[in-house]
Unconditional design. Structure first.
Length: 708
């Protein structure tokens, strides 16, 4: 919010303190207070343009676009010569889909002040709304001539270049924006997203230095950073010497680990950070570390003291293996040696002393410490600082989750046989496995819904503090995303699985999100709950119900009239590789047990190498619970787009459109089907999906509303 104009300050100086207080409240998003103060000003000075503009600004940020537009027009009528009024008007017009009006208002603002860089940033968004990335780019460059280091312009330029498909220019603009504002979460997020598309042919040490601080940062998915980090590791000289480790018998590997020629993995900063925070996706890294774990096990039994030099990287590997939930295959001999190690560790704990750190680290590379029968006694011992993270991740946190799980409220019974069966699976394998939360846009509900459905003509959405239901929240990643996406939201997060809910609740508490309530419930029975919601999200859930339509009808009952719902349902076309994997699983008789899941994953390159390569691109390939969810699910329905229409209509809901990961897809659809400008014709979408089978990845993500 800009400062008041000089004229207003001179004429109504006695109101200045009130205006400043209103401004402060508005900037802190205390809009009720800002409005009260502004109305008090207007009682004394009804024609004070700045106060009228303040109301417009407040309405804009509350999502009341019609009122914002009206008030901004009034402010302009009172005082035309202030570019910010035109900018506010343009923002309201753009929000309401009046692209021509927004463009004219930006023109008026720039006519008054050609150096007004905020207007260039908005004008670029106006051009983007017209699918005109070239003009958007041109105005941003024009803005940059006035202020070459403006982070907002550079940020918008990065976004526009990404839409234009110029990844080099995207990285350049966003890299500069990030250097200027390293803590700006929006810039970090879009930079990380851009990295995913950036294909490196050789290592780029400067880029790696920029990327490493993002690793482990809240909101940043390690998957986005995988290309840069794993590329650096692939070319690392030390790691390259281990390329053939899987072919070396464990006793020889143990001898090599004992020799000075073994690379100093404990000093490899990138490797340690990646094992602790990343998700190891490179097959070669996976096979190296499966072999090294085996070598270390031989070493610990044969020459226990020699293990000391390996403690640091073993501790980091234990973090990775815990996170992946031990999805690497084990041999029978390894199990025998592990049993010996287990006895040694148990004896030390029974004697009241902490086992040697290396012993604990290598054990934790195979089994989670909290599952030991003597876990409580182990947790009660004094641990060295070097193992603090291991202790936290493998003992303290899971033990706390067990206590949380036992105390969670149950809002409905779980009676349906399929729900019970599915619940059992997610109690054993909570999904998804995550360590860094994904953070939302912190925008009004109206802004989020509008930006998800750019082709829809939506009414004003003025809900200020939405009641949000996340139905089937899993391990809380989704609940935290929703709680940070919708400003001032109160979130109820429901799931069948107590283990999943407890994981989410612990994480949410530690991260300081206090607007989420976690509770156990079966969607099939939620219709009886007393609450009603402005918005419901249920992603990747209803297709696991015996009767998804019955579940959707229950959710529809909880939605307020005029409310919105975001749903994620499996696509039959998008999941064709999963279907192929499921056929292989059935054909070869793999069972839904951890051992068979590991075995299938390890056998897959031999069974169908091309399929393995394609599935490996999914992050679900990289941990046991997620892989189980991907290809071993006990219950799943899949859909073609034309089936979604009747499904939502039968629940009294209206289909509003798909949310696609790439806006270029929506542009292509609209170009191919000009008779469907709102992009809601499901027969067209079915045809379009057949032509572009990866359009939706695994899952349709779409919005519906409940007509008033
Ligand atoms: C694939 S996970 C999706 C989790 C989360 N929505 C996400 O996107 O990360 C499916 C979740 O739905 C839950 N679920 C399945 N059937 C359910 C039901 N009938 N009622 C409540 N939750 C259910 C499962 O327990 C599981 O945690």
């Amino acid at each position: 919010m800009p400062l008041p104009s000089p004229d207003a300050i001179a004429a109504q100086a006695h109101l200045l303190p009130l205006l400043r207080a209103a401004l402060k409240a508005a900037n802190a998003q205390r809009f009720d207070e800002a409005e009260r103060l502004t109305q008090a000003i207007l009682q004394q000075a009804p024609a004070m343009a700045d106060a009228v503009h303040m109301l417009a600004y407040i309405a804009l940020h509350r999502g009341d676009l019609t009122r914002a537009e009206d008030l901004a027009q009034q402010a302009i009528t009172l005082d035309f010569h202030f570019e910010n009024y035109h900018l506010t008007l343009a923002q309201a017009q753009l929000g309401r889909g009046d692209v021509a009006g927004a463009k004219a208002s930006c023109g008026a603002a720039l006519g008054l002040n050609p150096a007004h860089v905020d207007t260039y940033a908005l004008l670029a968004k106006v051009f983007m709304a017209e699918q005109d990335a070239e003009s958007a780019r041109a105005v941003l460059y024009q803005g940059l001539t006035y202020e070459a280091e403006n982070p907002e312009l550079l940020f918008t330029l990065g976004y526009v270049e990404m839409e234009r498909g110029d990844i080099t220019a995207t990285m350049a603009a966003l890299g500069k924006a990030l250097d200027l504002r390293p803590d700006d979460q929006r810039i970090r997020l879009i930079y990380a997203r851009a990295l995913r598309r950036y294909k490196l042919k050789q290592p780029d040490p400067a880029l790696l230095e920029r990327v490493l601080p993002l690793l482990g940062a809240p909101g940043i998915s390690p998957r986005d950073l995988a290309g840069v980090v794993e590329n650096a590791l692939r070319f690392d000289i030390g790691i390259r010497t281990l390329k053939k480790a899987a072919e070396v018998p464990p006793e020889k590997l143990a001898a090599f680990m004992f020799s000075p020629a073994f690379p100093a993995l404990g000093e490899n900063r990138t490797l340690l950070a990646w094992l602790r925070h990343g998700i190891v996706g490179l097959a070669v890294l996976e096979s190296i570390f499966t072999a090294l774990r085996r070598g270390a096990l031989w070493l610990v039994i044969g020459k226990p003291l020699a293990l000391e030099t390996h403690e640091i990287w073993l501790e980091a590997l234990a973090q990775r293996n815990f996170h992946a939930d031990y999805l690497d295959p084990e041999t029978a001999e390894e199990r025998e040696r592990l049993a010996l190690l287990d006895q040694q560790i148990a004896a030390a704990i029974a004697a009241g002393s902490l086992p040697p750190p290396g012993h604990l680290a290598i054990y934790a590379c195979y089994r989670p410490l909290y599952r030991r029968a003597d876990a409580a006694a182990l947790a009660a011992l004094r641990w060295p600082a070097a193992l603090r993270d291991l202790r936290r991740r493998q003992l303290d946190e899971p033990l706390r989750e067990q206590a949380i799980a036992a105390a969670l409220p149950a809002l409905t019974p779980i009676e349906d046989a399929t729900s019970r069966h599915v619940r059992e699976m997610y109690e054993e394998s909570p999904f998804p496995r995550w360590s860094q939360p994904l953070l939302g846009a912190d925008a009004t509900m109206g802004q989020v819904v509008r930006s998800s459905l750019p082709r829809q003509r939506l009414p004003d959405i003025t809900v200020a503090a939405p009641q949000v239901l996340v139905a089937g929240c899993g391990t809380g990643l989704h609940a935290i995303l929703a709680a940070t996406n919708y400003r001032d939201a109160q979130v109820l997060a429901l799931d069948l699985s107590r283990a999943s809910l407890a994981y989410g609740k612990r994480q949410a508490e530690e991260l300081g999100f206090n607007n989420i309530t976690f509770a156990q419930a079966d969607i099939l029975q939620v219709g009886a709950l007393p609450q009603r919601f402005d918005l419901i999200e249920s992603f990747g859930v209803l297709h696991h119900l015996r009767d998804p339509a019955a579940g959707l009808a229950q959710l529809a009952q909880l939605l307020k009239p005029g409310g919105y719902m975001m749903l994620g349902l499996y696509s039959e076309v998008g999941r064709r590789d999963v279907v192929a994997a499921r056929h292989l699983i059935a054909e070869h008789g793999y069972r839904d047990t951890p051992d068979d899941i590991r075995r299938f994953r390890a056998d897959l390159p031999r069974l169908d190498a091309a399929l393995e390569a394609r599935l490996r691109r999914s992050s679900a390939f990289l941990s046991l619970p997620d892989f189980r969810d991907l290809v071993f699910h006990r219950q799943e329905h899949r859909y073609f787009p034309e089936q979604l229409g009747p499904l939502v209509a039968n629940a009294g809901l209206r289909f509003l459109g798909f949310e696609l990961s790439e806006s270029a897809h929506l542009r292509s659809y609209c170009a191919a089907y000009p008779d469907d400008p709102q992009a809601v014709n499901l027969a067209h979408w079915a045809e379009f999906e057949r032509q572009n089978p990866d359009l939706f990845a695994n899952c349709f993500r779409f919005w519906v509303d409940k007509p008033v």
